[in-house]
Every structure is written in structure tokens, then in C-alpha cells.
Design a protein around this ligand. Structure first.
Ligand SMILES: C[S@@+](CC[C@H](N)C(=O)[O-])C[C@H]1O[C@@H](n2cnc3c(N)ncnc32)[C@H](O)[C@@H]1O
Ligand code: SF4
Length: 363
């Protein structure tokens, strides 16, 4: 029985130059027909599911209009049993939230909104190609609070071109002052086929590994000191506000993804819907398969993948599971990157800076 659901809403007000998610700018395919396709896809699976977490990501789910959100959520309630839903997340870009929309989300039962703030510095927001200002992002947080949301996440990015430690420190400080329950602080990744990646290749942007590490260390000092526990490399939460949806991914639970480009993993089967909204919609209505990629993982690959996720979390791995890798891990252990805690192996603060290299050992 699958309990975790992801909905990919691929619309954005503008394409951010660092982003590699499958998204569309403009409203050509942001139609009732697309919503009907999503609902139809849900129907295909509705018999064998019992939702515990729902996650609307993208893209920008908050870019749907009030009428569209209302239509989609009503349709979902007709098709799925919501009685067991414990967490219902929705990602929002600050440029797309008004009081009426926030109220509608709350009325329908969304429990957690993730706000894409990225930075509280207007100059950096420009560098990031964001469509909102810092003041607008702050207003969005207040609008959501006023609508009754008691579980908010703020997304931030560090290692942005031109960002100084002082700017990042100020962004963390201002975020803490707003008191969200959860903070995601992502290190910028230069993703292939993005403007940022081209600028990196052209030499216009440069990566400074030491500076990036210093910014990450600053994050790991400031957020825990303010009561946010780092329960995964990029995620910090007040006690009890960890994202259950993401924890389900990291612990290797099955999940179904709906919408263009969405991934699903059930048992050892993984598949992805076609990353093309018009074609996704067409196929669904033609009764064709919307899947464009599918693979059967070996048990060993799936296990390795789960270990690579788990080592990035606060709980780390059971010591018995790492035993077969002790030889490969010895050097990391000697360098003080790993420690043993209650029969578990976890990353130290310094080890978190090396998480990718350590996770590779299992893959
Ligand atoms: C799908 S977006 C969130 C919602 C909304 N689309 C927005 O941007 O406001 C998820 C988050 O991923 C992060 N992100 C996107 N691209 C990234 C990249 N190349 N490197 C690091 N973080 C990235 C951003 O913090 C972003 O808020
Ligand atoms: S970062 Fe968010 S708003 Fe920007 S293009 Fe990616 S999904 Fe869209």
C-alpha cells in the first residue's frame, strides 16, 4: 500500500537561471484539462493507496489560480481517502501568494507551506533571477501565518555567486527572527543545461570550495543554536517539525509521483512520467502510458541508494549495516568524519562537509 504522494505542478512565473526542475513559463498548459489529467492519473492508482503524506512541488504549485487549486483539491478529495493524511505540503513562490489563496489552502487542509525565499538580500535575489523582493517574501510569511499556518518552511540557498559570509549570516539571522518551524538551506548546485552552468563554464562564475564550506559551517552553527536540529544535510527543524514526506523518501518508503516529470518508486520498480506537460496531458486522455522512463532496480542498488540517503540524516546508519564497508570507511573515521552513537554510525559536523564522498562508499 503506497502512502506517500508527490504532485508535480510544472508552472513558474519565470525560469530561475540555476534551476533544472522540469518547468514551464506561461499559462499555455496551465489549464483545467491539465488538472483533469492529473486527477485521472490519480484515479488509475486510487484503489491501492492510503495517503499519509501529500507533497505538491514543482515548479510552483502556488502559481495555480485560486479557482484551479480549488478544483484540483476538490477533485482529489473525491478520489482519495484523506482521513489518514498526516502532512500535506505545498511549495510556494512568494510572488504567487495573496491572503485569499493562503486562506483557500488552509480551508482545504494543507498543513505545511514551503516558501522559496532563497535570500533576504535584494541584490542576490536579482542574481538568482527571482521575481520577488525580500520584502515580498517577508509579507508572504506573514500572510501564511495570518491564514493560520503553524508549520512553515523557508527555502534558502548559499554559495550563490557574489554572496559574502556577512550576507549569508544576515539571511540566516533574518530567517531565525521570522521563526519558521523548518528551514531548508541548500548549497547551490550548478546543474547542467542551466544558465548558471554555462556561466561557470565561461568563467563568469567561479566556485570557491573553501568559502562554500565556511558558509555551510556557519549554517550548522547558527541554526542549531537557534533551536533547529539538522536532521538531514540541508534540512533543519524545530522538534517535531521534520518533514515526514522527505523522511519517507530518505528511509526508502514507496512513493507515487503524479504529473509531468514526476518519479515514482514502488518496491524495486522506478519510473518517470514524460517531462512535457502537453504530451503528458494528451497521453493521459488518449489512455496511453504517461511513463517515459522505467527501470527495475536490483535489490543491491536500492539498498545502496537507501544507505546513501540515510547517512545524510541525523539518525545515520545502523552499525551492523556499515560493517561490510568498514575498510572503505576507515579513513573517513580516522579523519573524524564519522562517529559511533548508540550502535549507529553518524556524520560529524566536519563529516557533513564530506557527505557526498562518504555516501559514495555505499553506491
Ligand atoms: C521547486 S523549488 C521551490 C518552490 C518554488 N519553485 C520556488 O522556487 O520558490 C525547490 C527549492 O529547490 C532549491 N533549488 C532549486 N534549484 C537549486 C539548485 N540548482 N541548487 C540548490 N538549490 C536549488 C531552491 O531553494 C528552491 O526553493
Ligand atoms: S527555482 Fe522554483 S520558481 Fe525558479 S524555476 Fe525552479 S521551480 Fe521555478
Amino acid at each position: 500500500m503506497v502512502r506517500h504522494f508527490y504532485f508535480h505542478i510544472p508552472f513558474c512565473p519565470k525560469l530561475c537561471p540555476y534551476c533544472s526542475f522540469y518547468v514551464e513559463v506561461g499559462a499555455k498548459n496551465k489549464t483545467r484539462r491539465f488538472l483533469d489529467a492529473l486527477l485521472r492519473e490519480v484515479e488509475l492508482h486510487a484503489a491501492a493507496v492510503q495517503p499519509r503524506t501529500l507533497y505538491f512541488g514543482g515548479g510552483t504549485p502556488s502559481a495555480l489560480t485560486i479557482e484551479q487549486l480549488d478544483y484540483l483539491f476538490r477533485g482529489l478529495r473525491e478520489r482519495l481517502d484523506f482521513s489518514t493524511v498526516e502532512e500535506w505540503d505545498l511549495e510556494a513562490n512568494p510572488a504567487t501568494i495573496r491572503a485569499e489563496k493562503a486562506a483557500l489552502l488552509r480551508e482545504h487542509g494543507v498543513t505545511r507551506v514551503s516558501v522559496g525565499v532563497q535570500s533576504w538580500d535584494d541584490a542576490l535575489l536579482k542574481t538568482l533571477g527571482r521575481v520577488h523582493t525580500a520584502a515580498q517574501a517577508e509579507r508572504t510569511v506573514h500572510i501564511l501565518r495570518d491564514a493560520g499556518f503553524a508549520n512553515l518552511n523557508v527555502d534558502l540557498m548559499f554559495a550563490v555567486p557574489g554572496q559574502t559570509p556577512a550576507q549569508w549570516g544576515a539571511t540566516l539571522k533574518r530567517t531565525i527572527a521570522l521563526s519558521p518551524e523548518h528551514i531548508s538551506a541548500y548549497c547551490l548546485t550548478y546543474e547542467e543545461d542551466t544558465t548558471y552552468f554555462r556561466k561557470l563554464l565561461d568563467g563568469e562564475y567561479r566556485q570557491d570550495v573553501e568559502l562554500d564550506a565556511a558558509l555551510f559551517e556557519r549554517t550548522m552553527e547558527m541554526l542549531p543554536a537557534a533551536g533547529y536540529s539538522q536532521y538531514e544535510i540541508s534540512n533543519y527543524a524545530r522538534p517535531g517539525f521534520e518533514s515526514r514526506h522527505n523522511q519517507a523518501y530518505w528511509s526508502g518508503e514507496d512513493y507515487l509521483g503524479f504529473g509531468p516529470s514526476a518519479f515514482s518508486t514502488v518496491g524495486l520498480r522506478r519510473w518517470q512520467n514524460i517531462p512535457d506537460t502537453a504530451e503528458y496531458t494528451r497521453r493521459i486522455f488518449a489512455g496511453e502510458d504517461a511513463v517515459s522512463f522505467s527501470e527495475e532496480l536490483s535489490a543491491a542498488t536500492r539498498r545502496a541508494e537507501m544507505m546513501a540517503f540515510a547517512i545524510r540524516t541525523r539518525e545515520g546508519l545502523a552499525a551492523c549495516d556499515t560493517a561490510p564497508f568498514e575498510k572503505e570507511l576507515r579513513e573517513f573515521r580516522e579523519l573524524g568524519f564519522l562517529e559511533d552513537r548508540d550502535e549507529r554510525v553518524v556524520l560529524t559536523t566536519r563529516g557533513r562537509l564530506m557527505a557526498d564522498a562518504i555516501a559514495e562508499v555505499f553506491v
